[in-house]
Structure formats: structure tokens, C-alpha cells
Design a binder for this molecule. Structure first.
Ligand SMILES: [Fe+2]
Ligand SMILES: [Fe+2]
Length: 255
């Protein structure tokens, strides 16, 4: 299936006009599109189906649990399909059935194992405060994020292990599944655990894994016993920081 992949457009501050990619059968939005949700309206009437996975910024200044039904309603109203801890099987132009499994997959801060967890959580706390999200009336702090992340991880592992009536599997997450997706500008440091999870052992269950959150582009293969998994990030990021240089929003990915 040929799909167009957009994430991290950050239209709450960025000046960017998304356009449909010629030849795409599907558009996948992988989060941080607009923290205010207004710009989701730009995808109303899109010529192909649109799958939406939330990013962390869709929760800015909001209660996490209250966000889900509201964001789902917003997407429904615009004709977009929000997926969270859900599977969708779609048939492409060649008749292949592709299983999409989707979750925000928040960060669990175990990227560097248990010994690195406390440092990673400390490194995240400032950004969590800036996000201003809450859950159960308390700040959505690194401990709360980790709890949610582990729920996502458990769902993802169980879902990926399922067998069914599909030809291949594409994982959709906002956060990255591997340290290999670290932003080369920052490398491996405690803060990287706020961006990548150590989900490498889940990669072989998907033929392709699409993610966002890192404001850079990736397209790499991870070999394993059954072949290889392709990992792709096509985030735009912030133009004022030079992150959008070389970005191709019309690029098609064959999954
Ligand atoms: Fe982002
Ligand atoms: Fe993000």
C-alpha cells in the first residue's frame, strides 16, 4: 500500500499547508499535528482515508482521560479515523490485507534499562510540566506517563503477537520503538528516553514501523530471523529550528 505519512507538523505555531500526495492510497497522521486541534480541519474531505494517532502535544494543558472521547469526536466530525490501542485491517490496490496497529506508546523511560530509569525520568520532568497535562486531578508527570506507557506496551505486545487474516502488519506509534531512531543532534542521553522506547524485540512482528515525535527523518531496516523490519519517521518539526530542511511531505511510503 502506498501511503503518505505526516507527523509533528506543529501547526499551533508552524506555517505549513498539507497537501494530498498524488498516488497515495492512505494518509497516516502520527501526532503533534496541532496542540489546539483546530488544524485537524485541514484534513477534512481528504481524497483518501486518514488514520490518526495522537502525539503527546495533542494532550497539552488537558486531562488525559477526558482528551480521548473529545479528540475522537473531533476526528469523527472531520471524517478522520482516530486509533488508540486499536487495529484496523485495510486492503490495498493489489488486494493485500494490511493490519495497522496503533497507539501513542508514551515513553516508559526504560530505554537504558532499569538502572537508567530514574535519571531518564528526572530529565523528562521539566517538559512534562510545560505540557501541563493532568490525569486523575494530578500532574501527568513522568511516573504517570510511565504508567500509561506500560499499558500501551502491554497492548502492543499482545496485539502484535496475534495471528489473523492479514498479509502483513504496520505498527503506528508517536514515540519511537528503538534507540536507533534517536535524533543524531542529541544522540543517546537521559533525555532520549523521552523520545524512544526499547521496543526492539517487538520490531520483528511488523513488516514496517512508522513513528513520529523525533523531529528528524529516518528510514532504516532492522534485520531479524524472519527478514527485516523497516522503521520510518517522516516528521517535519519546527521550521524556525531548521528541522524542516529537506523535508518531503509528498513522499510515498510503500508498506
Ligand atoms: Fe513533535
Ligand atoms: Fe511528540
Amino acid at each position: 500500500m502506498k501511503l503518505q505519512l505526516l507527523s509533528d507538523l506543529h501547526l499551533e505555531t508552524e506555517d505549513f499547508d498539507p497537501e494530498p500526495a498524488p498516488g497515495a492510497e492512505l494518509l497516516v497522521l502520527l501526532g503533534d499535528i496541532d496542540s489546539g486541534w483546530d488544524a485537524l480541519a485541514r484534513f477534512r474531505g481528504w481524497p483518501v482515508p486518514v488514520l490518526v494517532v495522537a502525539g503527546n502535544h495533542e494532550f497539552d494543558q488537558r486531562d488525559v482521560d477526558a482528551t480521548w472521547p473529545a479528540l475522537r469526536q473531533r476526528c469523527d466530525d472531520l471524517g478522520l479515523t482516530l486509533l488508540e490501542r486499536e487495529r484496523r485491517v485495510l486492503t490495498d490496490a493489489q488486494g493485500s490485507r494490511i493490519r495497522f496497529v496503533a497507539t501513542v506508546r508514551w515513553c516508559d523511560f526504560d530505554l537504558f534499562g532499569e538502572p537508567g530509569r530514574a535519571t531518564a525520568m528526572r530529565a523528562a520532568s521539566y517538559y512534562m510540566r510545560v505540557m501541563g497535562s493532568t490525569r486523575h486531578g494530578a500532574p501527568f508527570d513522568p511516573a504517570a506517563v510511565r504508567e500509561e506507557a506500560l499499558d500501551c506496551r502491554a497492548w502492543l505486545a499482545a496485539e502484535l503477537a496475534q495471528r489473523g487474516d492479514w498479509d502483513r502488519t504496520v505498527a503506528l506509534t508517536h514515540f519511537a520503538p528503538s534507540l536507533r531512531s534517536a535524533d543524531p543532534r542529541y544522540g543517546a542521553q537521559p533525555g532520549t528516553a523521552s523520545f524512544c522506547n526499547a521496543d526492539d524485540e517487538l520490531l520483528p512482528y511488523a513488516s514496517t514501523w512508522l513513528h513520529g515525535h523525533l523531529h528528524c527523518r529516518h528510514d532504516y531496516q532492522v534485520p531479524h530471523a524472519h527478514g527485516a523490519t523497516r522503521v520510518v519517521c517522516n516528521a517535519r518539526g519546527h521550521g524556525r529550528k531548521g528541522e524542516a530542511e529537506g523535508y518531503d511531505p509528498l513522499r510515498l511510503f510503500d508498506v
